[in-house]
Design a protein around this ligand. Sequence first.
Ligand code: SF4
Ligand code: SF4
Length: 387
Amino acid sequence: MKNEVKKDEVNIESRRAEELKGNENCEKIGKLPFEVDRRSVYKCVQCGTCRPVCPVFDVVGWESANTRGRMLIIKSLLEGRTPSADVLSSLASCTTCGICASRCPAGVNPPEVVEAARAQLVKCGVTTEAQEKLKTAIITSGNSFGETKSRLHWLSEKERSELPEKADYVYFAGCFDSYRYPEFAKKTFGILQRFGVTLLPDEQCCASPLLRTGFREDAAKIMEHNLEQIRKVGAHSIITGCAGCYTTLKNNYPEELKVISLPEFLAEHLEELDLKCLDLTVTYHDPCHLGRHNKVYEAPRKVIQAISTLKEMKNIKENSRCCGGGGGVRIGYPDISLELARNRLEDLPEGVDYIVTSCPLCVRNLRDAGGDVEVIDIVELVAMAME
Ligand code: SF4
Ligand code: SF4
């Protein structure tokens, strides 16, 4: 029943022709040097082990919207075939959740290949309207929402003027916490300040949305800006509460930067935080980019279990299902994205007071999906235990 409704509502096909309009450069694609690593593409033996786990395929039901289909399409591009309308929607609708990579017996990393193929499409000017909008917002405003107010608007003038100019540790708030959940940023920084952590004077988007959607040149510029800011402060470590920022800072910025996720930092300093026990039973949603991509599974659980009772979801850690928010899918295909979040809510155990997660994008998507149980960020749970 669920899937009948979904396939009517989630209609990729109706958008395909429109998305490809104006992309007259499609025929160029096979003539450009292809940046996708050929070995990664040819490693795929089309076995289909990844097929049933792809959350987008589960919702859309099309071969071109599952991992194997995407790999086949990328192989055709690599061999010089001109992309059809299918190509763009197939590649743009991958959330980069990575569950396919964790199941692949041949060791293929499909989200990595998809991102490289998206970069190739960008080079040819083959992009969706949503991707272009996102890129423009980041380039013009330094954040993914196109907000024009200060990124530090959640601090008072006085608090801003008192920020240490030099520190070993910096809190990277990210676009989401800065502009959509400033209360998370405030609570996080309130904790981190006790440990001498400061903020960047002019933080900008970490570049994750640009990298995930293939705008690599634009991403490089904004990453350089953030690096300059980090050098200015003299920090050797950076702490973030956003899973997207975490994976980007850790895997796309230079290696000498030590990147710590908020749950890791909290887990390491539990004793110093003097937290009280809460009479709450909560569950935990592993964000794909914190969990599967970076194996941060235990730290958030350690924090939660120190202050409340943890009751696990049906699919956890390596098997956790995607919230649907990543890879540019929330912006490009909101209906698919929301359906993925609804599916994730089906994994909820009975009798929990909150769904806790450690990524603002997961919070937003799971909240938007409705459901009876409130979704909160791990910093909110910790803040309750500090009251
Ligand atoms: S990506 Fe891996 S699991 Fe999927 S079809 Fe290819 S070889 Fe099989
Ligand atoms: S990364 Fe996730 S959404 Fe993308 S192909 Fe793999 S399973 Fe599907």
